[in-house]
Design a protein around this ligand. Structure first.
Ligand code: BGC
Length: 733
């Protein structure tokens, strides 16, 4: 009795009385009714902020006081979360604290570049730092749990959510997934550490035709070798939660997919944390046609292993009767509830449910100078130089600049999709930053809107150009052209922007094009119209100063594409780690009866991994430590990276491998290592990559995962077209 009293009220002391998390959770579960248990599996959104379709609902506060909610999403702010937490802790019978979740996708108040841009930095330390900052800020505003990282592999840039992930490659995607989980969670010991969520499990990014929420058909080998690795990587570094995806995966929507959630995630990978549904995704099994009604959907999800129903009502309404009827075993519900309570215990919420509701910290910890500096650093590293003319970029000192285009002074667009509590008024635009750096030298004119056809404003842009030595055109997508539910079927410059660019080029003045976008665009018509092209993604709060740093030459661009840039939409899906096919088109002119198009080459406009610099790099003296290795062996690939230019620069060196013959066909090359290195002007750096036989493992038709003996080729260089530098044999023993 005494022990219970302490558990209920004196949070500071309860830890002394209860030995550990397990005891605490077991004690609580022993006292919970079935309804109270199921309430822990219910997650509701705040009434004010919705990130999905609104469902029917009773007044939220009444539900919380009645102990009928285990977790909330979209409730933010130290004061507001405290108010709701108080209602749960003091109002409900068992005083169980709520878990507050939010989509902290690329920053909280300090907005970092959109995630695809972050991945373009290939800088894992900077990405981890970004999530650390996001966690510090979010946790100060009462957030316990972010629905991030999104680790979906995306091979289709039409899909609007490509901007939320790390692009097309499982190796880079896995490394980024780990960095992001570490950044959010740390060791989950302090009040600035928050639970992360690997989403959307699985293959959500494989939506057919790039249309969001659409069907996916992914053979198991492709699923395991391409789409699942970043999820597995997140699990390996202890991600606390997973979110299952909306999509139908090979005929079974993920929210009811027992094979995926139970067999793969829990049994094979040993994951023990919470699996949350996506917004209403349990209920969506009805329109999917997998369940006849909400009750059946609840049954399928519970048996598959979805622990928490986000904005769905399926568990609240139907799980009690399903358990009483013996359809869903009590042991299954206990496992689900245990995962939720353990997460709350891990965060220390039983000791102090208000641990994350700290108004003083909320005042203090937003937009701190070091947060802004981290955002500026990551933005600088994310920019990818696609075309370069050293005569125009970096901009010459004293040059008069015509800053033209709808995105030159567009604070909201610069933040990108899903900006959490990022505010346009905090963002420093390219215009503000360039004017500050070049007083009296910048004339600005938008020239057109992002997506309107009108050319009425062209004249003002051309007038600005006439007064300048160089044109900087800031074109691309608005913030709401990517993100959830924002797929596009055309990927060229929207509205009249292409025509504006052509008019600017026709002036004869040098044109530097800065492209803002949350996805790869098709740039075939754009490239000839500019002398230099810098891909800036949507660079966040400090995008303007970061761009000024690069345009003015303080730092050289160093980003590399995390996704292939197709020439046109007809080539999609186009990705570097493709299978060879039986009739590959050889390099050179199109050959008949080969796999190719009549009207466009097979090659992309820019390959995966591509990115130029203000300086030039050369890879020399590449060598393998051995021409062979055994099945449990390793070898090293070494080379010298030389900076041939007259300025310092960062290069992302990339190692690719091809398995020439396999029991299933193998990709034409696969990324197996990368290093971001700084090379002084005229200097050199020694590169060394270790390749283990286990790195060469792949999924076989019988489901096993192992490397196969045979010949392998090794490629080393600055993008996915890196040259062959050696071959080795993997011996059978
Ligand atoms: C999205 C998730 C997100 C959730 C909560 C859903 O519509 O697919 O990624 O975490 O809403 O906002």
């Amino acid at each position: 009795m005494l022990r219970r009293l302490f558990l209920h009220g004196l949070f500071g002391l309860s830890a002394v009385l209860v030995a550990g998390t397990e005891d605490r959770v077991a004690d609580l579960m022993a006292r919970m009714t079935l309804e109270e248990k199921i309430s822990q599996l219910v997650q509701c959104s705040s009434n004010d902020e919705l990130t999905g379709p609104r469902g029917e609902r009773s007044p939220l506060m009444a539900e919380i006081r009645a102990g009928r909610v285990g977790s909330l999403l979209n409730v933010v702010g130290a004061r507001e979360t405290r108010r709701m937490q108080e209602a749960a802790v003091t109002g409900s019978r068992l005083h169980i604290p709520l878990l507050f979740g939010l989509d902290v996708i690329h920053g909280f108040r300090t907005t970092f570049p959109v995630n695809l841009g972050q991945a373009a930095s290939w800088d894992l330390a900077a990405i981890e730092r970004a999530e650390r900052v996001a966690a510090i800020e979010a946790s100060a505003a009462g957030v316990h749990w972010t629905f991030a990282p999104m680790v979906d592999i995306a091979r289709d840039p039409r899909w609007g959510r490509i901007s939320e992930g790390a692009g097309e490659d499982p190796f880079l995607g896995s490394a980024v997934a780990k960095a992001r989980v570490r950044g959010f969670q740390g060791d989950l010991s302090g009040p600035t550490h928050i639970l992360a969520c690997a989403k959307h499990f699985a293959a959500y990014g494989a939506a057919q035709a790039g249309r969001d929420y659409w069907t996916t058909e992914v053979p198991e080998i492709t699923l395991r070798d391409t789409y699942l690795p970043p999820f597995k990587a997140a699990a390996e570094v202890g991600v606390a939660t997973f979110m299952c995806a909306f999509n139908d995966l090979n005929g079974v929507p993920c929210s009811g997919n027992r094979w995926l959630l139970d067999q793969v995630l829990r049994k094979e990978w040993g994951f023990q944390g919470i699996v949350v549904s996506d917004w209403g995704s349990i209920a969506e099994m009805v329109p999917h046609g997998l369940a006849a009604d909400l009750k059946e959907a609840a049954r399928l999800a519970a048996l598959a292993g979805v622990d928490m129903d986000m904005e769905g009502q399926a568990y609240l309404k139907h799980l009690p009767e399903l358990v009483r009827a013996g359809v869903v075993p009590m042991a299954q519900v206990d496992r689900m509830v245990k995962a939720v309570l353990e997460a709350k215990a891990k965060l220390g919420l039983f000791e102090n449910p208000y641990k994350y509701c700290d108004e003083a910290r909320e005042q203090r910890d937003m937009l701190r100078p070091e947060h802004l500096e981290a955002a500026r650093d990551l933005a600088r590293k994310s920019f990818v130089l696609l075309k370069h003319d050293p005569a125009v970029l970096p901009l010459r000192a004293g040059a008069r600049v015509a800053l033209v285009g709808p995105l030159a002074d567009a604070a909201r667009d610069q933040l990108g999709m899903w900006e959490a509590k990022g505010r346009p008024e905090d963002a420093v635009t390219l215009k503000a930053a360039l004017e500050a750096r070049l007083p009296g030298l910048v004339v600005t004119a938008p020239g057109c809107a992002v997506s309107e056809a009108s050319r009425d404003e062209f004249a003002s842009a051309l007038k600005a150009a006439a007064q300048a030595d160089v044109i900087v055109a800031a074109l691309g997508e608005s913030w709401d052209m990517t993100g959830e539910g924002h797929s596009r079927s055309k990927l060229d410059l929207p509205g009249s922007q292409q025509a504006l660019l052509e008019a600017l080029k026709a002036t004869g003045k040098p044109v530097v094009l800065v492209l803002f976008a949350g996805r790869p665009l098709t740039l075939e018509a754009v490239l000839p119209q500019a002398d230099a092209v810098l891909y800036a993604w949507q660079p966040g709060t400090m995008g303007g100063p970061a761009l000024a740093d690069v345009l003015l030459g303080d730092v050289s661009p160093s980003g590399k594409l995390p996704a292939t840039f197709p020439r046109n939409v007809g080539q999609i899906p186009l990705y570097y780690n493709t299978k060879p096919g039986g009739r590959p088109q050889p390099a050179g002119p199109r050959e008949q009866y080969r796999s190719n198009y009549l009207d466009t080459p097979n090659t992309p406009l820019f390959p995966f991994g591509f990115g130029l610099s203000y300086t030039r790099f050369a890879y020399t003296d590449a060598r393998l430590s051995s021409p062979e290795m055994g099945l449990d062996g390793r070898l090293t690939v070494q080379a010298t990276l030389r900076n041939l230019g007259d300025r310092e620069g960062d290069e992302v060196a990339q190692l690719y491998v091809r398995d020439l013959v396999g029991s299933v066909t193998r990709p034409v090359r696969e990324l197996k290592g990368f290093q971001r290195v700084r090379v002084p002007k005229g200097g050199q750096v020694a590169l060394s990559f270790e390749l283990r036989a286990s790195d060469l493992a792949f999924t076989h038709t019988d489901g096993s995962f192992a490397p196969e003996a045979g010949r392998f080729q090794v490629f080393l260089g600055g993008d996915a077209n890196a040259p062959l530098v050696g071959e080795f044999t993997l011996r059978a023993q």
